[in-house]
Write a protein that binds this ligand. Structure first.
Ligand SMILES: Cc1cc2nc3c(=O)[nH]c(=O)nc-3n(C[C@H](O)[C@H](O)[C@H](O)COP(=O)(O)OP(=O)(O)OC[C@H]3O[C@@H](n4cnc5c(N)ncnc54)[C@H](O)[C@@H]3O)c2cc1C
Length: 331
């Protein structure tokens, strides 16, 4: 199998350059030691070898497509979500009490780098699910946490970040998606979002869109933006999943990540889309920055990982065996 990254180099960067072992003295990381870090890195690498790398070319050649109201993705994605859920990969950096591994973020990012280098069509789906769930874990009440975290962290439901609208890209102060109160926690949502990564596909049973919207009468600009959990299927009083009137109506193609779905969402076409307010009204953009900052790190990681894979693909001279011990001391 061709090499897409070098574990020795990654270990050198983690242990010798960034001294990840120094984090282990903190109470938060009491369950980790150097050997468990090694085991987790190796687990990520073998998962990447098995389920990511073999599919990167196929996912590029047969991109995600939208037809008759459905978004079709590569079938491996279903197995990926299942494996991620069963093995804790969706909650790596979450608190133990929220169902996470409480891993240092540096280590979580390092495992992500391995997956990204192997196949950069896939990790975004997982990263957005983790990011959306983490937003609920950080700012949501107990009811939101108990409803949404277990199915998201077990890989049954996917998560998204829904900010951009046809008339509002960088200028989030211009968003117009509306939220009309049903009570102080529940709102009717109406509007559109575009470029929503991972916003629809067939690998999960439900989608949880972390959505920015404006409560009726809210102040203009960014001071009037609130954050809502808007599932594609909501849980009704009997505990059943019912369609929540938010769906994909078209897709967009990503240059270089053709296996990674991106959709146009329409909320409330039948006036029956319910959103659950997260935290306080008008504080939504502040909360959303947690997820946006995570996405920024992931986008940077995608670039670094793609460059790494390209380096190992085209520069055989650079594939010489290097180990932590063989690096010059002054590096
Ligand atoms: C691959 C991909 C995935 C995405 N995934 C998501 C997602 O999951 N969820 C989501 O909500 N959105 C997503 N987006 C949308 C993304 O957040 C927007 O594309 C971004 O916010 C920029 O908006 P825009 O494309 O409308 O560009 P614009 O806002 O129109 O910007 C166009 C250009 O004008 C410049 N510009 C804009 N405003 C100013 C200003 N005030 N002063 C000076 N220059 C300015 C910008 O820097 C840029 O160069 C995704 C986009 C891409 C490309």
């Amino acid at each position: 199998m061709a090499k897409y990254m070098c574990m020795d180099t990654l270990r050198f960067l983690l242990f010798d350059v960034h001294k990840i072992q120094d984090l282990l003295k903190y109470e938060r990381f009491i369950n980790f030691d150097e050997s468990s870090i090694d085991i987790l890195l190796d687990a990520a690498k073998s998962w990447a070898d098995q389920d990511f790398y073999p599919y990167y070319r196929e996912m590029d050649e047969k991109p995600v497509y939208f037809k008759d109201g459905k978004t079709y993705c590569h079938p491996i994605l279903k197995k990926i979500f299942q494996h991620a859920g069963e093995n804790g990969w969706l909650g790596t950096y979450f608190d133990n009490e929220d169902g996470g591994m409480q891993m240092p973020l540096t280590l979580s990012n390092a495992t992500n780098h391995i997956l990204e280098a192997a196949n950069n069509h896939i990790p975004g789906y997982l990263g957005l699910t983790s990011g959306a769930a983490h937003l609920i874990a950080t700012f949501g009440n107990e009811s939101l946490k108990s409803t949404f975290l277990p199915p998201m962290l077990s890989g049954k439901w996917g998560g998204t970040m829904a900010l951009t609208e046809p008339q509002a890209g960088s200028s989030l102060s211009d968003i117009v998606t509306s939220a009309s109160p049903i009570n102080d926690r529940l709102f009717h949502i109406k509007g559109q979002k575009i470029f929503i990564s991972g916003g629809d596909h067939e690998a999960v049973d439900n989608f949880v869109h972390l959505t920015l919207a404006r409560v009726d009468g809210a102040p203009q600009g960014t001071k009037g933006i609130s954050l809502f959990v808007v599932p594609k299927y909501r849980v009704n009083e009997s505990g059943e999943l019912v369609y929540n009137d938010v769906c994909a109506v078209a897709d967009f193609q990503k240059l270089g990540q053709r296996g990674y779905s991106t959709v146009h969402l329409v909320y409330g076409e039948k006036e029956d889309c319910v959103g659950y307010l997260v935290g306080e009204p008008n504080q939504g953009l502040k909360y959303m920055f947690q997820m946006m900052n995570g996405a920024r790190i992931d986008v940077g990681m995608t670039a670094a990982s793609t460059a790494t894979a390209a380096y190992y693909a085209v520069a055989p001279i650079c594939q010489r065996k290097t180990t932590r011990q063989t690096y010059p001391k002054h590096w």
